[in-house]
Write a protein that binds this ligand. Structure first.
Ligand code: PGA
Length: 252
């Protein structure tokens, strides 16, 4: 099965000209990758122009966040409907950086349900901010799953992704180890089975946090993940090429 890599550009780059250059490089990498699907999540303001200029089928687009209401008096927000109109197919929900800015489990619940109504593929991000006491992060993840998915029916479990990304691993150079990620993948599936029954086993899990060419392949092989969200290594074409090459199992 193909792996998926979401290139989360966050609030980079500063100009559309640079975004276009990065996108051109990403496009070339995507065109020669046969075992990896690439999703680009640019700053929302660049999305429509990038998607309009793209005629290929190898890259899909995502937004890094969106509001659950279709439209309304929400200054500064972008709606899921607007994101879809600009050709986003995916939406990242509850990224750790957004949770750190105040996004709640209840916000993620409303966004997950609204995304599925819009027929966007939501990626629900879960994970602790810090590893405090032993085992506490499992309680945090269980709660994030329980509330975030409260309005998602079992039939939609195949239409979304769960991403485990503890904030301490983001941009830190300290990724979760494959064995700890395997443990977390099993925990996430068990939690979903507790909510949904056997269908919970079928959910697709991603990992995020300091992913690059040195750790991606081992994660795929050993941690039961369907792919990654990649920040830093998606902003540098050489690093991104090496990462995709590593997942592909050779040179791109
Ligand atoms: P990172 O970011 O790859 O730079 O750690 C990942 C993310 O937060 O999406």
């Amino acid at each position: 099965m193909k792996s998926i890599v979401v290139a989360n550009w966050k609030m980079h780059p500063a100009t559309f000209r640079e975004a276009k250059t990065l996108f051109e490089a990403t496009k070339r990498i995507a065109e020669s990758a046969s075992r990896v699907s690439i999703v680009v999540a640019p700053p929302a303001i660049f999305l429509r122009e990038l998607s309009r200029g793209y005629k290929g089928r190898r890259i899909a687009f995502a937004v890094q966040n969106a509001h659950f209401e279709k439209e309304g008096a929400y200054t500064g927000e972008t709606s899921l409907a607007e994101a879809k109109d600009a050709k986003a197919a995916y939406v990242i929900v509850g990224h750790g950086e957004r949770r750190a800015m105040g996004e709640t489990n209840d916000d993620t619940r409303r966004k997950m349900a609204a995304a599925l109504v819009q027929r966007l593929t939501p990626i629900l991000c879960v994970g602790e901010r810090e590893r405090a006491s032993e085992g506490k992060h499992f309680d945090i993840v269980r709660e994030q799953l329980k509330i975030g998915l409260a309005d998602v029916p079992a039939a939609k479990l195949r239409s979304l992704y769960i991403m485990y990304e503890p904030l301490w691993a983001v941009g830190s150079g300290h990724p979760v180890t494959p064995s700890h990620m395997l443990e977390m993948s099993i925990f996430i599936k068990k939690s979903l089975v507790a909510i949904y029954g056997e269908g919970g086993h079928g959910v697709r899990i991603l990992y995020g946090g300091s992913v690059d060419h040195t750790n991606a392949r081992q994660m795929i092989d050993e941690a039961d993940v369907a792919g990654f969200i990649v920040g830093g290594a998606s902003l540098d074409a050489e690093k991104f090429k090496a990462l995709i090459g590593a997942i592909e199992g050779g040179e791109v």
